[in-house]
Design a protein around this ligand. Structure first.
Ligand SMILES: C[S@@+](CC[C@H](N)C(=O)[O-])C[C@H]1O[C@@H](n2cnc3c(N)ncnc32)[C@H](O)[C@@H]1O
Length: 224
């Protein structure tokens, strides 16, 4: 695979289904959080072919998200489906990435762990902060972290990467916390689940206990 767009082009007759674990995290732990109220503007980054807000867990909230993905193919498939939301093609690691709105909620739609290079994750998190309402805006992220029983063929322990440039970054716990803090985000909560695993490779739809575990975080931004 050369790019995310190639990956979407190679998916034939693909049925879209929203990421259910992200949807249930948003519903149960973000929208129910005491710090969270009055969410009207939502930015979803790395949406792929549709929005997590299409999930039955979230659709009753009536959110109309702005959704971004680097893949033209994914965005045109989302647009063809005429689902709720505004769909845009953009590289969220680019210094030119700009939407003229500040958002109440920014959702990382399983994108951060696709950015295998630290400099790209740094540029991405700077763009998140650029679009987050200071003080009141929140950034919700669900990503993958390593654990003792993890066993993934081809996993490079030194870099935490499986699958090369277009593969996945599996964080260790401290690394994730450090990257969020270094970006200037304030962590409201960071949860490491022990019973939930995330698939780190393509071509499989069932998670194993030897797959990375799921970390979930809610962050805000307070200007200095
Ligand atoms: C793991 S997929 C998740 C897709 C969808 N949210 C889902 O859960 O099915 C990550 C998505 O991030 C997108 N992506 C990767 N790098 C990106 C970038 N630099 N800018 C914007 N989107 C990017 C990919 O095209 C892909 O659709």
């Amino acid at each position: 695979m050369n790019s995310y767009d190639d990956a979407y082009k190679s998916l034939e007759n693909s049925e879209w289904s929203p990421p259910e674990s992200l949807a249930s995290f948003l519903r149960a732990e973000v929208f129910e959080h005491s710090r969270v109220s009055g969410i009207s503007s939502v930015l979803e980054l790395g949406c792929g072919m549709g929005s997590v807000f299409e999930s039955p867990d979230l659709s009753p909230l009536g959110i109309n998200p702005t959704c971004v993905d680097v893949s033209e193919t994914a965005i045109s498939r989302a647009s063809e489906r005429k689902v709720t939301g505004e769909y845009l093609v953009a590289d969220v690691t680019s210094p030119d990435f700009f939407i003229p709105t500040m958002f109440d909620l920014i959702v990382d739609s399983h994108l951060l762990h696709c950015l295998t290079r630290p400099s790209l994750r740094e540029a991405y998190l700077a763009n998140v902060i650029k679009h987050l309402k200071p003080e009141s805006g929140i950034f919700a992220i669900e990503t993958m972290v390593a654990h003792k029983k993890m066993d993934i063929p081809g996993f490079d322990k030194l870099t935490g990467i499986v699958g090369g440039d277009f593969g996945r970054k599996v964080f260790n716990h401290l690394e994730l916390e450090q990257e969020l803090l270094k970006a200037g985000l304030r962590i409201e909560f960071l949860i490491f689940t022990s019973g939930l695993n995330m698939i780190p490779v393509s071509g499989r739809d069932e998670a194993f206990i030897t797959d990375p575990q799921i970390a979930r975080a809610l962050c805000s931004f307070k200007p200095a």
